[in-house]
Design a protein around this ligand. Structure first.
Ligand SMILES: [Zn+2]
Ligand SMILES: [Zn+2]
Length: 360
């Protein structure tokens, strides 16, 4: 095999290894060896995502694993067959990339594509993202998801490309026209991204949350109106603000069934409710199906990122038209990954996006 171009790379590294039952242990593991079609990235930053929390705290996959998929860093080794990337490039990564050729991809259902569902970035063990480690290996089918970070932008911004992509993908499901009104339920990091991106696109956002300071934040992030997520009042107020019509769409960015019912009541006939946070399987809830059939209020879901939006997302984030920097309230060293995930799982009034920084 031709020898790859590289910087000095150690044989061992630190990683936060998932050992089951909610435990993340700092361990020394081997630095991944790349094949000729792969690259090795020194991780600078990796965001903590609710899907990591789900896997760690609900034991949905078998240990050992190294999680973390909102990753940015520097390319330190390039396989001999790889074109278009160089050692020293600062990059943001996408751990899922669709094949663009299968039945699902032809229907734009990228998150259901078999290639997309394979995780192509790893720091060792069963590939699981690997961003909570010092180095990750990027497999050939994930190279199209490697995005260069401009010099003026930070690794932290690069680490937010993937979550921003998932939000933009969700917005595309809503069938909105400029000037439409959208209810965004929940103003955590994801809800605030919805609020901001919708307002950038000319929508009037009505933001709800249980925490008063999050409502203030929502206004700063572009919300037109904000209201406490108190069940009875919300649909009434939305009606008042929309000439009695109801919102054109609603985004449910909290895993709360009450918020789904509230969203269904607060939108107009023919509107759409987007589920974005209901990721735990086998939970059931009751729903008034006539709202869907007679009122034509569609209930849609969106999960994960859309490869075809990568360029638009990079422009949005790196131009700072969407400035993601204020979203990051906490950074943790790699050794404190467990604390980082703990805080993300039980956010405080002040905490928003939490990022682990193995190398910033
Ligand atoms: Zn994520
Ligand atoms: Zn496919």
């Amino acid at each position: 095999m031709p020898s790859p171009v590289s910087l000095d790379i150690p044989a061992a590294m630190q990683a936060a290894v998932y050992r089951g039952e909610g435990r993340l242990c700092l361990e020394e593991v081997e630095v991944p060896q790349i094949e000729s079609g792969e690259i090795l990235v020194r991780v600078a930053a990796c965001g903590v995502c609710p899907t990591d929390i789900k896997k760690i705290h609900y034991n949905t996959v078998a240990p050992p694993r190294i999680f973390g998929h909102e990753t940015s860093g520097t390319i330190v080794q390039v396989g001999a067959l790889v074109r278009g990337f160089e050692v020293g490039d600062r990059v943001g990564l996408h751990h899922h990339v669709p094949c663009m050729d299968c039945h699902f991809c032809k229907h734009h259902a990228f998150a259901q594509c078999a290639t997309y569902r394979r995780t192509g970035i790893t720091a060792g063990f069963e590939p699981s993202g690997g961003g909570f480690a010092e180095f990750v290996r990027v497999m050939p089918f994930c190279l199209p998801g490697v995005v260069r970070i401009p010099r003026k932008n930070s690794f932290l911004e690069g680490a937010l490309l993937e979550p921003v992509n998932t939000v933009l993908k969700g917005i595309r499901q809503l069938g909105l026209l400029p000037g439409d009104t959208v209810l965004v339920c929940g103003q955590g990091p994801i809800g605030l991204l919805f609020t901001r991106i919708l307002s950038i696109h000319g929508m009037r956002v009505i933001a709800t949350d249980l925490l008063p300071n999050r409502l203030v934040l929502a206004k700063q992030w572009g919300a037109w109106q904000s209201i406490e997520a108190n069940e009875h009042q919300v649909a009434e107020s939305v009606g008042r603000w929309t000439e009695g019509r109801g919102a054109d769409a609603a985004v449910v960015a909290v895993p709360n069934d009450g918020a789904v019912w509230q969203a269904q009541s607060a939108i107009r006939g023919g509107g759409r409710v987007l589920l974005f946070a209901h990721t735990v399987r086998d939970r059931q809830t009751s729903i008034d199906l006539a709202k869907i059939c007679v009122d034509e209020k569609a209930l849609v879901g969106s999960y994960s990122s859309d490869f075809t939006l990568q360029k638009a997302v990079a422009r949005l984030v790196f131009s700072r038209q969407l400035d993601v920097r204020p979203l990051i309230t906490h950074t943790f060293h790699l050794a404190q990954t467990s604390e980082a995930v703990g805080l993300a799982a039980k956010p405080t009034a002040e905490s928003l996006k939490i990022v682990v920084t193995p190398g910033v």
